[in-house]
Design a protein around this ligand. Structure first.
Ligand SMILES: [Zn+2]
Length: 143
């Protein structure tokens, strides 16, 4: 985590949904998971299928299939919201924010990569400590 150098792995937001997304269960408010095919909650045994199969709506701190609030989200740096789909996403943000040397990495896929799209409040050096503290707090909710 204290590696100063970060090379962009060229992850796109679409790549993240290969892993289950953690959301707040709409029935019991515990941790549930979402894939393109279903929402499942181990806490209350809720199972739902999406209203439209594999239809994605991207936007802020909700999952793209059911639009439920993400489990990994917290207020950070004066009214901003830090959010992640799952621990792999959180790890990626953490490695980027912790790095003092950020490299674009190799690849010629079109469009901006995930880390290139992170908001400036999150990537500015003066917020590094607070963002990393918030990430640690979110990570603690996963154990
Ligand atoms: Zn539940």
């Amino acid at each position: 985590m204290d590696t100063p150098r970060f090379r962009d792995p060229q992850t796109r937001i679409d790549d993240l949904v290969d892993e289950p997304i953690l959301v707040v269960c709409p029935r019991c408010s515990r941790r549930a998971s979402v894939t393109s095919e279903r929402l499942t909650c181990a806490g209350c045994a809720l199972v739902r299928v999406p209203p439209r199969p594999d239809h994605r709506v991207w936007g802020g701190s909700i999952d793209p299939f059911f639009r439920e609030p993400l489990w990994l989200r917290a207020e950070c740096c004066g009214g901003n919201t830090l959010w992640a789909f799952h621990v792999g996403h959180l790890d990626l943000i953490e490695r980027f924010v912790a790095a003092t040397l950020r490299e674009r990495g190799l690849g010629d896929r079109p469009g901006l990569t995930l880390v290139a799209r992170l908001p400036s409040w999150m990537t500015t050096a003066k917020h590094r400590a607070e963002v990393l503290r918030t990430i640690a707090k979110l990570r603690a909710t996963l154990s």
